[in-house]
Design a protein around this ligand. Structure first.
Ligand code: ARG
Length: 467
């Protein structure tokens, strides 16, 4: 703003046709520098490769090219050292970098923007950033999988109630339960890997939307930036935000998995269940109730999953009404995506720590299987297998025996043979072989089943699969 007439000056980078500058409110609503400055590395890398390409194709001179590249490296060093003054008047990271470059090397800086626009520039920077985030997610998930495999192996024989509807259903092994999450995180890794594969086409050189009349080589910049190829359509290149949407979809689904495990940990660690104990590192005390150990980290993993889902939603809604190609609405992509990336990496790290640290209480888990007639299915299966009755009939017989045990106040193996025979005279002594939870679990040897022998196979297989 000039002091004299109080009228803001036109923007130095795009203000040619403007007589005055923007209002304070316009500056505030327009500026993205507060959040897009984290793209500085990608922005400078993209600019350096663009500059090299311009020189290689005779579009700018070697001399200008060198000055630009040296200048860009200096800008990067200044940002890294914390010496860079970011300015909201310069809107975004692209113009902040270019403006400083102009201060350092003079008017030659203006040649860098030949055959490029901020539209293809931001799309490129953002893709590079999301690509790194996909790689980080994959690595972080692998660490979580390793933690799960280790715990599953240690607990392959530990018997606990398996639930449906949170009612005791059938006995399972804790190792089996943990390996269920391993499978979810395997699929999550696949989704991040797919996202990376699909996003890996370079938008740089699409320019504003229509391509450029300069003799650029888009294959050169694509390759130099680690992309598989340039994007095929310049209009799609600048209007596409699928990479952010796909990242956030993958993160949202994965966060739901984290949230479910977190929810189970909250339940398992309460005094009434007492299946596990969470470590001091991931719990807090209460300022008033000295006995408390609150599973805050698990609760926050559960809570923050909602935030990631929200970020995905916000960008979906932002994009859905936009005509091709770029609209400024799309600047809203960044805060949502950056927050999702940060939040996701935090919850995966916290979950990994919690899994590594949790102490398992096998006796409590085993004790909990004494409740709820948990071997009733085994009894019904025995009636089918040994007495040759149809399953529906076996189900009915077992139901009557459960009612009898309930009335007597005992578990199924607390009934005498005589009592059982009042329901079905053909039942014999052999039935007691299937009523213990140990036998039940050991018998479930179908592929992917809960028997300790199968869980060990799953664990071995998982070790091969994590890559
Ligand atoms: N800051 C903008 C963004 O984040 C960069 C692209 C601006 N392009 C434009 N034509 N105004 O999307």
């Amino acid at each position: 703003m000039t002091e004299q007439n109080n009228k803001p000056e036109a923007n130095t980078l795009w203000g040619g046709r403007f007589e005055g500058g923007v209002s304070d409110i316009m500056e505030k609503i327009n500026a993205s520098i507060d959040f897009d400055k984290i793209l500085y590395r990608q922005d400078i890398k993209g600019s350096i490769e663009h500059c090299k390409m311009l020189v290689a194709n005779g579009i700018i001179s070697e001399e200008d090219g060198k000055a630009i590249q040296d200048g860009l490296k200096q800008v990067e060093a200044e940002i890294e050292a914390g010496d860079f003054k970011f300015s909201a008047a310069l809107e975004d990271i692209h113009m902040n970098v270019e403006s400083r470059l102009t201060e350092i090397i003079g008017p030659a800086a203006g040649r860098l923007h030949t055959a490029r626009s901020r539209n293809d520039q931001v799309a490129t920077d953002f893709k590079l950033y999301v690509r790194d985030a996909c790689d980080q997610a994959d690595e972080a998930l692998k660490a979580l999988q390793i933690a799960l495999i280790e715990k599953a192996e240690e607990n392959a024989d530990v018997i606990m109630p398996g639930f449906t509807h949170l009612q005791s259903a059938q006995p399972v092994t804790f190792g089996h339960h943990l390996m269920a999450y391993f499978e979810m995180f395997t699929r999550d890794r696949g989704r991040f890997q797919d996202t990376r594969k699909r996003l890996n086409e370079c938008p740089l050189g699409a320019a504003a939307l229509a391509g450029t009349s300069f003799p650029i080589d888009r294959h050169q910049t694509a390759e130099a930036l680690g992309f598989d190829r340039p994007t095929a359509n310049s209009m799609d290149s600048v209007s596409d935000r699928d990479h952010a949407l796909e990242y956030m979809s993958a993160a949202a689904i994965s966060a739901v998995h984290v949230s479910r495990l977190a929810e189970e940990m909250v339940t398992w660690s309460c005094a009434q269940f007492n299946f596990i104990q969470m470590s001091d590192s991931f719990t807090t005390g209460s300022s008033i109730m000295p006995q408390k150990r609150n599973p805050d980290a698990a609760e926050l993993c559960r809570g923050k999953s909602g935030r990631i889902i929200g970020s995905l939603n916000s960008l979906l809604v932002t994009m859905k009404g936009l005509a091709l190609t770029f609209s400024k609405d799309m600047q809203e992509d960044k805060e949502a995506t950056f927050d999702a990336i940060e939040t996701y990496s935090l919850i995966i790290a916290a979950m990994t720590g919690m899994v590594e640290d949790m102490k398992v209480n096998p006796e409590e888990m085993r004790k909990a299987t004494d409740l709820g007639f948990i071997t009733a299915t085994d009894l019904a299966d025995w009636v089918v297998r040994v007495l040759g009755l149809p399953f529906r009939q076996a189900h009915h017989i077992t139901g009557s025996l459960v009612a009898m045990a309930e009335k007597k106040g005992c578990d199924l193996d607390g009934l005498t043979l005589q009592e059982m025979q009042t329901v079905e005279p053909l039942i014999n002594e052999d039935v007691f072989n299937v009523l213990s939870v140990e036998k039940s679990v050991a018998s479930r040897v179908s592929f992917g089943g809960t028997a300790p022998s199968e869980v060990r196979k799953q664990v071995e297989n998982a070790k091969q699969r994590i890559g």
